[in-house]
Design a protein around this ligand. Structure first.
Ligand code: ZN
Length: 248
């Protein structure tokens, strides 16, 4: 299921088999996520969503491969924190479109984007990809969790906009990579109810201006692996549904 773990012959046999084959591209960022979560948090979340969606799709007669994740993205809001690596929208866009062209030539039926990195510049770049993917001839599936209808399916903290390295994301990392969560550190963190959505709209240009001088928003102390697993299930279902819609 992880394309990078397989020999090319297995991938070819699947593409030749006749059923639609989707490539799921996890999109992350190397970005500060508080003093308790790893810089790779969004990669872990997007990869976990992609693997669960692949399982759901196989039950719906759609073959799915999870591609190696793109680790780098526009992450301007967190670029004040050491360890964050932010790239331009143009670079990220060109990379994803080159991947789409390569997959199209090999018989894939759809490119699905598993994204959990909600920096506004990144989301705007991803939203702009559909027309070019259509021109390439490869349908694009992109469940955008920042859209109201999808956001409403997620947790109350996510909807509040206080949703970076808080209960929402910490729970997801606890579900898949608990050994990477610094539990003593998160237990000592006060809740930070500052809303990123409100701050972005008001013109904040970095996390400190948005009220998050330690690169977290929300309630890390309230996170549980159980909530993370429930959220993964919702995100994976949204991704699988958008693939089925795209290839119909
Ligand atoms: Zn994140």
């Amino acid at each position: 299921m992880n394309l990078g773990d397989l020999p090319w012959t297995r991938v070819k046999a699947t593409v030749d088999d006749g059923r639609p084959v989707v490539a799921i591209l996890p999109l992350g960022a190397v970005e500060a996520h508080g003093p308790h979560l790893p810089l790779n948090t969004d990669i872990i979340i997007s990869d976990g969503m992609a693997r669960r969606a692949a399982t759901l799709l196989q039950a719906r007669d759609v073959e799915a491969f999870v591609l190696p994740a793109i680790a780098y993205a526009p992450a301007h809001y967190a670029s004040e924190f050491v360890g964050t690596i932010s790239i331009s929208e143009a670079t990220a866009r060109a990379l994803i479109l080159d991947i789409a062209r390569s997959l199209k030539g090999q018989g894939f039926a759809c490119l699905a984007l598993a994204n959990s990195h909600f920096d506004p510049a990144n989301v705007a770049m991803l939203r702009s990809l559909a027309p070019e993917c259509a021109a390439i001839g490869l349908p694009l599936a992109f469940p955008d969790f920042t859209r109201r209808a999808l956001a409403a399916q997620l947790t109350a903290e996510f909807v509040s906009g206080a949703c970076h390295a808080g209960q929402f994301e910490t729970s997801l990392v606890l579900a898949d990579r608990p050994e990477l969560v610094d539990d003593p550190a998160r237990a000592g963190l006060a809740d930070n109810p500052s809303s990123l959505v409100t701050a972005f709209a008001a013109g904040a240009t970095n996390f400190t201006e948005a009220g998050g001088p330690h690169a977290y928003f929300g309630s890390p102390a309230g996170a549980t692996a159980q909530e993370g697993e429930a959220t993964f299930a919702i995100m994976a279902e949204a991704l699988a549904a958008s693939v089925v819609e795209a290839i119909r």
